[in-house]
Design a protein around this ligand. Structure first.
Ligand code: B12
Ligand code: SF4
Length: 507
């Protein structure tokens, strides 16, 4: 039996890590899960004095102010706590799960673990999957793609003195030579995987200068699960853009069976105090035949409110009816831009404006509340593209809501087509901050004000020159305060603090 620690960086949802933990436990190994730091959403006045070592994301929140998704530095007490915990657990190997934004924290943690704990480290997750040539300089081992089987083989080979240089999905730097193994085939039958690990056993959160045991249910307040892996599309700003090419010729979109999915939800409902299900499937509304079986049974056997992502193409009237009939549902639909040119030439999206409008109408007619995702601050856009997005928002059935209370700014991740497109012209295309200062506020205001009023604001040269003054038209809500309270309290404290927070959260 090996002792393995899995570290999740700035992510307490960590579905991938939960699958790995379950596979390792099933194979008889001892697993400690550590959520290192929370990803905080802060207003400017709350930003810490010290800089972050990883990328800070910006966004514009629904009350029109800039918010920062901030990866706060790992403090000295947290660093010491991490090392002490790993020593106390006497770990044989440490896995770090990371997305591309957290590469510097991963490098720092890797050094601490190697130098101060003396354990080998393996990186896994989206970042090493798409950027292994760079990442192998910072870690001796990394895993590309699905880790469920690869991690078990790797841990067993490493701890028994076996060969770690020829395991599919694993890259290994041994005696100065990098062994780059091929991808193993995708797991086609997801039901062969054990249920992802949501138990609070042997799980810790390191944040707020301390090491906190996870108590109650080890997750956010909603229960989060994805019934599928993969997406049929290849939008140029999204991970699937790169992944499709890795797995050509294989069935890329796979889904758990209805029985498996319901069983895990039933357990969650029985064992934990779950009040809502959050489906993280990239597109929950694909596979109409699956939905036809799953959703009526979901209503009957689970019966909880639920949330999911839909894509305009999979949002016809019959799908909307199925979604609505299953109970209290909220959906988020990717729209991204209202400009046909941007959708086609830049994003590679197969969801033109008319399809988006039809999907939104179908959702509304079915009585489903919908939110949309828009990507903004894309330096490759022109003013006419911003106008097209604004016009689309104004034409959508009301109420229209922008997801997560913030507008997402375009991010450029390694090796995505969108990044390559941008890199080629970057020097001649600085972001027009002023233009976006104006349009971003109008996009957000389109949620609350009438189309006529927004068009008037749009025509005003005063607001174009003083976009921050548009602030006055936002409703005086404080969504960020709510998010802050929910997200930044260590889970060990959350229950105790709940009573105190309730009035604030409901206000
Ligand atoms: C759900 C989701 C979220 C949720 C939950 C996160 C979670 N990890 O579950 C929330 C809302 C919290 C979230 C937040 C963010 N997300 Co997100 N998210 C996703 C989404 C849609 C699904 C992730 C998922 O559950 N996959 C299913 C599991 C089973 O797969 P997996 O995580 O890849 O894990 C497998 C392997 O990677 C591997 N593996 C993973 N970890 C490890 C570790 C070891 C040691 C090993 C050996 C293997 C291994 O094995 C796992 C099982 O097979 C993906 C898109 C996607 N389809 O991947 C985007 C995605 C991961 N998110 C992304 C981004 C940008 C973000 C944010 C930065 C957004 C923001 N601006 O705030 C934050 C950052 C969060 C963080 N700390 O990393 C990007 C990352 C891009 C990149 N190149 O880094 C993605 C890929 C979408 C995209 N645009 O391409 N996200
Ligand atoms: S539809 Fe969504 S999940 Fe699928 S490739 Fe496009 S952005 Fe990614």
């Amino acid at each position: 039996m090996a002792k393995v620690a899995l570290i999740s960086l700035y992510d307490t949802v960590a579905l991938g890590l939960r699958y790995l933990s379950a596979s390792l436990k099933e194979a008889g190994h001892e697993v400690t899960v550590i959520y290192l730091k929370q990803y905080e959403v802060l207003m400017r006045e709350d930003l810490p004095d010290e800089g972050a070592i990883d990328e800070v994301n910006y966004g514009l929140c629904s009350r029109g102010e800039i918010v920062y998704c901030y990866p706060r530095l790992v403090s000295e007490p947290e660093h010491k706590g991490l090392v002490a915990l790993l020593k106390e657990k006497n770990v044989d190997v440490v896995g770090i799960s990371l997305t591309s934004k957290f590469i510097n924290t991963a490098r720092q943690v890797t050094e601490w673990v190697k130098d101060e704990v003396g354990a080998p480290v393996i990186w896994g997750g989206i970042e090493p999957t798409i950027n292994p040539e760079e990442d192998i300089n910072y870690t001796d081992y990394l895993c590309r793609g699905e880790g469920d089987h690869a991690i078990v083989e790797f841990v067993e080979a490493l701890t028994s003195g076996g060969d770690v240089t020829s395991i599919p999905n694993i890259w290994a730097r041994v005696d100065g030579t990098v062994h780059k193994n091929e991808f193993r085939p995708l797991i086609q039958d997801l039901d062969t995987l054990p249920f992802p690990d949501f138990t609070p056993d042997n799980k810790y959160e390191i944040s707020n200068d301390g090491v906190w045991p996870r108590v109650d249910r080890d997750c956010w307040d909603d229960f989060l699960f994805s019934s599928s892996r993969g997406c049929p599309y290849k939008c140029t700003f999204c991970i699937h853009n790169v992944m499709h090419d890795f797995f050509k010729g294989q069935r890329y979109v796979r889904r758990h069976s209805v029985d498996y999915t319901l069983e895990i939800l039933k357990r969650a409902k029985e064992e934990y105090k779950v009040t809502k299900i959050h489906f993280w499937d990239d597109i929950f509304s694909i596979h109409k035949e699956w939905l036809k079986v799953f959703l009526p049974r979901y209503k009957e056997e689970i019966g909880l409110p639920y949330w999911c992502y839909v894509y305009p193409q999979q949002c016809d009237k019959s799908i909307c009816k199925l979604l609505a009939d299953a109970g209290d549902v909220e959906v988020r639909m990717g729209v991204q831009s209202g400009s046909e040119k941007v959708l086609e030439d830049q994003y590679g999206r197969r969801a033109p404006r008319e399809m988006v409008l039809e999907a939104a109408n179908n959702l509304t007619e079915a009585g489903i509340e919908y939110q949309i995702d828009i990507i903004t601050n894309n330096p490759l856009e022109e003013e006419e593209d911003c106008i097209a997005t604004l016009e689309l928002l104004l034409d959508m059935p009301r109420p229209v809501r922008i997801g997560s209370d913030t507008l997402s700014y375009m991010s450029f991740f390694p090796n995505y087509d969108m990044t390559n497109m941008y890199e080629a012209v970057k020097d001649s295309r600085p972001l027009n901050e002023k233009r976006y200062g104006f349009y971003n506020r109008l996009f957000l205001l389109a949620q609350y004000r009438s189309p006529e009023f927004i068009r008037k604001l749009h025509r005003s040269s005063y607001f174009r020159n003083h976009p921050e003054k548009l602030q006055y038209f936002f409703p005086g809500q404080a969504p960020m305060a709510v998010q802050l309270l929910q997200r930044t309290i260590p889970q060990g404290f959350r229950d105790k603090a709940k009573d105190a927070l309730t009035p604030v959260l409901s206000g």
